[in-house]
Design a protein around this ligand. Structure first.
Ligand code: NAP
Length: 292
């Protein structure tokens, strides 16, 4: 039977570790790390995600600031808010919650954030730092995946890691991290990859970040592989009070029995994204106060 990677448990451990560090900071009469979040509009899912991030700040003792702006905000005005947070000495890190209104460029907004305050790890400089000896603030979701593998002592060195999905926030940075920090041999697959199954079947470690429930079936997985499912798609489910459930990209029931390790959805990679945000905020604080 596979080891089921418990992201909730690991995220809770990380929060406890951070809470202890924050307590020590406060006990020594220093100010707490401070995270700010800009959220635009009234999208229910975005507000739920941000609510989770605020609760996490409260749990570990961070200060936090929530800036709610209207979806009609101009790009210029949003960039001004970002500039203000960049210059605010009390803010250690901040994020601009996606999605943004259609008339605002995500690339312009995210790349306006000072890299040392970019705790989502989205800026070009932080992305590029992945392939250096001293990475700065790592993209939150792939950072969470690496941390999960580290804490479960999954060997990555010299292994063949196949990453399906090559987006800027998930598949592409994770591939680079697996190569640079994980010392794995990496294959990256995307929409135009021919004979996907031929590649995935070769994987010692298979990471999937696509957003297509059930994409990965048992025919596509090698016996004993480690399977990490980043996919999170809301699918209708009338048995749930909310009317939906979260589905991963891997057909869990048929793939799990063949694996050595597997992440469930929900409860695998998902909880680690907030934990990574907290780790990055603490690191940003330590870099600013020269404790890193
Ligand atoms: P995205 O920007 O839409 O990227 C999807 C990637 O999958 C692209 O690289 C695309 O290829 C590739 N792809 C699409 N169809 C494919 C197929 N049939 N075979 C192989 N590759 C295919 O999505 P994303 O933002 O990376 O998110 C992916 C999934 O991860 C979503 O379900 C999202 O909700 C989830 N996610 C979860 C977390 C979390 O915290 N748990 C965080 C981030 C993302 P091209 O590059 O060729 O278009």
């Amino acid at each position: 039977m596979p080891t089921i990677i418990d992201g909730k448990k690991v995220a809770a451990e990380i929060k406890e570790e951070i809470a202890r560090k924050v307590k020590a900071i406060k006990d020594s009469e220093q100010r707490a790390p401070h995270l700010a979040i800009i959220i635009s509009g009234d999208d229910g899912a975005s507000h739920t995600y941000v609510g989770g991030k605020i609760n996490a700040c409260k749990a570990v003792g961070f200060d936090y600031t929530l800036m709610h702006v209207a979806s009609s905000i101009s790009e210029t005005k949003l960039l001004q808010h970002i500039d203000n947070l960049n210059q605010d000495p009390d803010i250690d890190g901040f994020i601009v919650q996606l999605p943004l209104p259609d008339h605002v460029s995500v690339e312009k907004a995210t790349d306006r954030i000072l890299p040392e305050k970019d705790v989502d790890g989205f800026t070009n400089q932080n992305f590029g730092s992945i392939v250096t000896e001293h990475p700065l603030l790592l993209p939150a979701t792939p950072f969470g995946v690496m941390e999960l593998m580290k804490r479960y002592k999954i060997e990555t060195k010299g292994k063949h890691c196949v990453v399906v999905g090559a987006s800027r926030i998930a598949g592409a940075p994770l591939s680079l991290m697996m190569m640079q920090q994980g010392l794995a041999t990496v294959t990256i697959c995307h929409m135009y990859t021919e004979e996907l199954e031929k590649h995935t079947k070769e994987a010692d470690i298979l990471v999937v970040a696509v957003g297509k429930p059930g994409l990965v079936t048992k025919q596509m997985v090698k016996e004993g592989a480690v399977v990490i499912d980043i996919g999170t798609t809301r699918v209708e489910d009338s048995t749930k009070k909310s009317g939906f459930r979260l589905a991963g990209d891997v057909n869990y029931d048929e793939v799990a029995p063949m694996c050595s390790y597997i992440t469930p959805v929900p409860g695998g990679v998902g909880p680690m994204t907030i934990a990574s945000l907290l780790m990055n905020t603490l690191k940003a604080y330590e870099m600013r106060t020269n404790q890193a």
